[in-house]
Design a protein around this ligand. Structure first.
Ligand code: ADP
Length: 451
């Protein structure tokens, strides 16, 4: 194609010369001038037409409709269209890269907002939209502090103390949120704002702090009492009976601490173990007899204790974990039922309105009962309705938390029905998938034993 330019440089002067010679031969000097002028004029017209085609095409360049030309103009059009194709290719590649980059930012669990030098929003991802209630159509190019009006955020942006994150509270579509927000300046006074939802983290942190405070308090109390008794033993002359009494009290405080540590360890094991419990078919008759014997021993003859159990019905799970959970329910019934009350343990199949049968263990007592507002919180660690009563009856405040975790690991659920002053019924329902049902299983209780 370089040839086209070369030929143009050589051929046009040659053609003009030839036209002048021909004109001169025909009509002397005037003929030469006319011949050369005509040829130059023709070349000029051809160039002007090609130039106007080029200009028109450049207004909306389209590789599919490149203007046609001859000679050097063919080369000009060819080169322009090739350049355009190259640019288009590069542009497409860059656009695809940008699209992938934006897609990656969109799926980020963190909010991302790009601010210009005036703190106007240039772009934000969907997560930032949720965190700050922003609308992509409405809020781009708006000033950030007009849309995120929290005073602490406005102050943070103004003070430009961006080396540390800001924790701020907002009310989002899904309720109260705690956000950690940090700004990173870049480029020419632009800013990258990152937001992270730390609501759950903050909740867990608060629970952890409460838990440590509770454990410390629970351990401190018996330790203080024990310390007092040690001083008494060391400093005061006691007769044999007084000494024995003090030692008994010391024993009960150390038992209390041991129970607390045992429950804490049990809970830590249950919470920390990601695996489902080792499965076996539970020896239900054995477990029920053990629960009843424990209740009888704890009651010391102060309650009427009854066991109503359905035949050979059993479930699959961990014998040791289920014993720990069910015995907590049974011991609570004894501890929260005044002398003379009765406690009934029941085990059987339940099928409501033709639904798939479920195995159910329940403990019903005629004890002090629980007011409805406490029921949803009973399985929280250290939650007690009456702290004094729980402690005096040897409670650690962790029993129902252990029950909750064991049941979760067995896909079972805990239902609590209670009437203050009348009594409570704690029900454990196992899913049908855990049942081991003998051929002859029925929905009626098979045996009933009273103590
Ligand atoms: P605790 O060691 O205090 O008994 P739990 O976690 O076993 O702890 O129970 C939490 C609270 O639930 C108890 O402190 C008590 O107030 C209440 N509660 C549990 N079982 C019964 C029940 N059968 N009757 C009345 N209140 C109960």
């Amino acid at each position: 194609m370089g040839l086209a330019i070369a030929s143009r440089v050589i051929l046009i002067p040659l053609a003009v010369l030839a036209a002048a010679l021909l004109g001169g031969w025909l009509d002397g000097i005037a003929g030469a001038a006319i011949g050369a002028s005509i040829l130059l004029a023709l070349a000029l017209v051809r160039d002007s037409l090609a130039l106007s085609r080029l200009l028109r095409w450049l207004k909306a360049p389209d590789v599919a409709r490149v203007p046609e030309g001859t000679g050097a103009w063919a080369e000009v059009f060819y080169r322009a269209s090739r350049q355009l194709r190259l640019w288009n290719g590069k542009l497409g590649y860059e656009e695809a890269k940008l699209r992938r980059f934006i897609e990656a930012l969109q799926v980020s669990p963190n909010g991302v907002i790009l601010l210009d030098e005036h703190n106007q929003i240039d772009w934000f991802n969907a997560t930032a939209g949720q965190h700050f209630g922003l609308d992509a159509q409405r809020d781009v190019r708006q000033h950030a502090v007009h849309l995120i009006r929290n005073p602490e955020f406005v102050a943070y942006l103004q003070a430009q103390r961006f080396h540390e994150p800001l924790h701020m509270h907002r009310t989002g579509v899904q309720g109260a949120l705690t956000l950690s927000v940090q700004v990173f300046p870049y480029g020419d006074m632009q800013k990258l704002l990152l937001s992270q939802d730390i609501t759950q983290f903050e909740r867990t942190e608060a629970m952890r702090r409460d838990f440590v405070a509770n454990v410390s308090h629970e351990i401190k109390t018996p330790l203080t009492v024990l310390g007092g008794f040690i001083e008494t033993l060391r400093d005061m002359p006691l007769d044999e009976a007084q000494r024995a009494r003090v030692l008994d009290l010391m024993q009960s405080q150390s038992d209390r601490m041991r129970h607390l540590v045992e429950d804490l360890l049990a809970l830590a094991r249950l919470e920390g173990d990601p695996f489902p419990p080792a499965e076996q078919t539970i020896d239900m008759p054995g477990l029920l007899a053990q629960l009843k014997a424990e209740a009888t021993a704890l009651s010391g003859g102060k309650h009427r204790i009854e066991l109503v159990a359905a035949g050979d019905l059993s479930v699959r799970g961990s014998q040791q974990e289920l014993h720990s959970a069910l015995s907590n329910l049974v011991s609570n019934a004894v501890r929260y039922t005044p002398e003379g009350g009765s406690i009934r343990l029941e085990w059987g199949l339940r099928s409501d309105d033709g639904a798939v049968p479920q195995a159910e263990f329940s403990v019903t007592d005629t004890g002090i009962g629980i007011a409805p507002e406490h029921i949803p919180r009973l399985t929280e660690r250290f939650y007690r309705v009456d702290r004094g009563r729980s402690r005096s009856s040897g409670g650690t405040g962790l029993g129902l938390a252990i029950v909750k975790h064991v049941l979760l690991r067995h896909q079972a659920e805990l239902l609590v029905h209670s009437v203050p002053g009348k009594g409570s019924r704690f029900v454990v329902r196992f899913p049908a998938a855990r049942l081991v049902v003998p051929e002859a299983a029925n929905l009626l209780p098979a045996e009933s034993h009273a103590a």
